[in-house]
Design a protein around this ligand. Structure first.
Ligand code: ADP
Ligand code: MG
Length: 291
């Protein structure tokens, strides 16, 4: 997206008398996601989204929940213009993406990292190349690729698997590759549609811990999940859909200052799972320093 005007970060200017200038109001930055009366009717007539209104601010961590078929994936797809809405407007960083010309859609998608339940990795490429590919397609320099790919794979705890192929990895490891791929260019927004849908509870906490860490860098994270226990324990904003409508939008306080490791420990304790499983590799201090 285009650079936003920098907000009121003026360095303590002084007026003629030497006193501080009165504080100017910060210009409000547009929310990263804004939906106004969004309706999606699929060909055949099924109304998957029914006048959705919601606003998600920069830096938020939001769960999107609801029963199968309630419209969660449809909503996610409208945010990357994989689907056009039937009515209403979808704004990303203040821009109505319905009005974007086709040729600008790749630019939109560069700014939105996506993670799916089925990983969607390229089977004939190594872990390194799967992540590098995400940078190559946006025209990153070789130097940038050589720096960012290993750093991001270290962040997700896969430094020792750079040369492995997806079918040589566990499900949790494959999902960490796809998280790395979604985040390697540090987009302002990451969308994850049931990222732990195929994973065991311990591994799921590991993935959630990664998304938590990504969110701590300032990236907005929206996670679709069925995992009620995870949602309850994370105490973050929860938007619930039912038959295409928002039926709950709750912000739950608490635990905002947790480090990623504290978060992982608490989640495992609250969900009654131990360290066994593949989810334990993400709380090393070396990762913490990277971002
Ligand atoms: P969720 O992700 O919450 O399980 P979806 O957004 O995938 O739900 O689907 C919402 C509703 O829209 C469901 O009833 C589903 O059958 C229907 N639907 C999804 N995709 C299509 C499509 N391509 N064509 C017609 N109906 C669809
Ligand atoms: Mg779905």
């Amino acid at each position: 997206m285009e650079a936003e005007p920098t907000s009121g970060m003026a360095k303590s200017k002084r007026n003629k008398k030497g006193g501080p200038e009165p504080r100017r109001e910060r210009p409000r930055r547009a929310p990263i996601i804004e939906l106004e009366d969004v309706t999606k009717v699929y060909p055949g007539g099924h109304m998957a989204l029914d006048r959705i209104n919601l606003s998600i601010g920069r830096g938020e961590f939001v769960f999107l929940v609801g029963p199968t078929g309630c419209g969660k994936s449809t909503l996610i797809k409208t945010l990357i213009r994989e689907l056009d809405v039937t009515d209403g407007s979808v704004k990303i960083a203040g821009r109505d993406i319905g009005a974007l010309p086709e040729k600008k859609i790749p630019l939109l998608r560069r700014n939105i990292g996506t993670v799916f339940q089925d990983f969607k990795l390229l089977p004939n490429r190594t872990v390194y190349d799967n992540v590098a590919y995400a940078l190559q397609v946006i025209g990153a320099s070789r130097a940038e690729i050589r720096e960012q790919v290993p750093a991001t794979l270290r962040l997700v705890g896969l430094s020792t698997k750079l040369n492995s192929y997806p079918d040589q990895l566990s499900g949790g490891e494959q999902q960490r590759v796809s998280v790395a791929r979604a985040f390697v260019n540090h987009p302002p927004l990451v969308l994850a549609d049931e990222p732990s849908g195929n994973l065991d509870p311990v591994t799921s906490i590991g993935i959630m811990q990664l998304l938590y860490r990504i969110n701590k860098t300032g990236t907005t994270v929206v996670v679709v999940t069925h995992d009620r226990e995870m949602v309850d324990n994370m105490r973050r904003r929860v938007i619930e859909l039912y038959e295409g409508r928002v039926v709950r939008d709750e912000v739950s306080g608490g635990y905002t200052e947790e480090s990623t490791s504290e978060f992982g420990l608490r989640m495992r304790a609250e969900m009654g799972v131990g360290h066994q499983g593949e989810g334990q590799t993400t709380n090393g201090h070396d990762h913490e320093r990277l971002l």
